[in-house]
Design a protein around this ligand. Structure first.
Ligand code: ADP
Ligand code: MG
Length: 349
């Protein structure tokens, strides 16, 4: 493009909140034939809210599913067996473990616990497992004394290791997620992100089967108002629209269904470090992909894509790695960016 055309295109973009990083990308964007959206924070608002807390049967329960309390979206203390934690206990454990995590899923759990007036402890130890969840040591919870918490009268409060996260995290921690399968599937088919809560008594060796599943918590995100419209407009223009997410298959498909993305175009359970490989695989099919994302996780994928597009409210790392930034955070502007590129190049021919 001539410097003049580039200046005009860049200016028109800027007026519309579409920031192109230089003339090269302004030229490249018109060739995009596939748009790959990140889910959380890109198609959705990325403002998670705690929606469900489910207490599962404790170690003594014959069948954990039998010990499950009704989940009506509220957090009500359960009246089930002795070993079983109440919903409030499950939530308090999860919130304490997640207290120092900056992940939106974690913030929603902590906020939800606060709103319900629960006392959130300070974890003694905390480890973030990217794309899977958190592992934390929480003091004052004796798994054999029933419900724990700061006010309990116990001679020797024991610390427990608490795991909050996906199936893999729990499995790796020696806890079988199977008893929660039905609960997880129900929540996920509602488009929610369901997370398992497990605990392992401190001092016990790893993998000796002492860990137990205590509950499930779920967060939900709201779709951006224009997400469906953006997908429809891109498809109408003849572009293939895909979605990529670290979230589980069921949740991903529920969201894709709502915004009108073909199930075959969904890539779910993609680990943060694998997102760029997934984009490269798509491009290896001869496609010119535009990756649209907001998170630190998305940065490498934004960098390898034919065009990387960041959501303006996204992380600095994503904006840094991207070629285009959408200042209005509106997925509809993805098509606008492609159109501006087309119009700019048309003018200079
Ligand atoms: P996304 O790509 O949607 O931003 P991530 O790659 O960050 O998601 O996480 C993938 C999955 O790992 C989540 O859906 C969740 O099951 C689990 N996970 C990640 N971080 C946390 C956390 N802090 N607490 C609980 N679960 C988590
Ligand atoms: Mg995201």
């Amino acid at each position: 493009a001539t410097p003049a055309a580039t200046m005009v295109g860049t200016a028109i973009g800027a007026q519309n909140g579409v920031l192109f990083k230089g003339g090269d990308v302004l030229e490249r964007a018109k060739d995009v034939d596939t748009v790959v959206f990140d889910k959380t924070g890109t198609l959705t608002e990325g403002e998670m809210e705690l929606t469900d807390v489910v207490a599962l049967g404790g170690s003594g329960a014959p069948h954990a599913d039998g010990g499950e309390t009704a989940s009506d979206g509220g957090v009500v203390a359960s009246d089930a067996s002795r070993d079983q934690l109440s919903k409030d206990d499950v939530l308090r454990l999860a919130a304490t473990a997640e207290r120092n995590s900056e992940h939106p899923l974690a913030r929603a759990i902590v906020e939800g616990a606060r709103e319900r007036g629960l006392e959130i402890g300070e974890p003694e130890d905390f480890e973030n497992v990217p794309g899977q969840g958190v592992r934390a040591t929480v003091g004052g919870w004796d798994p054999r004394s029933g419900s724990g918490g700061a006010s309990g009268e116990r001679s020797e409060p024991r610390a427990v290791e608490v795991l909050v996260g996906n199936r893999k995290l729990l499995r790796d921690g020696g806890i079988d997620p199977a008893p929660a399968a039905e609960t997880m599937e129900r929540l996920e088919s509602e488009g929610k992100t369901a997370m398992l809560v497990g605990r392992v008594p401190e001092g016990d060796g790893e993998g000796d089967g002492e860990g137990e599943l205590v509950g499930v918590v779920a967060d939900a995100d709201t779709l951006k108002e224009s997400a469906g419209e953006a997908v429809a407009a891109l498809a109408e223009r003849g572009l293939d629209v895909m979605m990529i997410t670290g979230d589980n298959e069921r949740t991903a498909h529920a969201v894709a269904d709502r915004v009108g993305i073909d199930p075959a175009n969904v890539r779910a359970e993609v680990l943060p470090e694998d997102k760029s490989d997934a984009v490269e695989a798509i491009q290896a099919e001869g496609r010119q992909a535009m990756m649209v994302g907001d998170g630190v996780n998305d940065a490498p994928a934004l960098a390898v894509a034919h065009v990387g597009t960041a959501i303006g409210s996204g992380t600095d790392v994503a904006i840094e790695a991207a070629d285009v930034t959408l200042m209005r955070d509106d997925p509809v502007d993805v098509l606008r960016a492609i159109r501006i590129s087309e119009a700019t190049l048309r003018k200079i021919k």
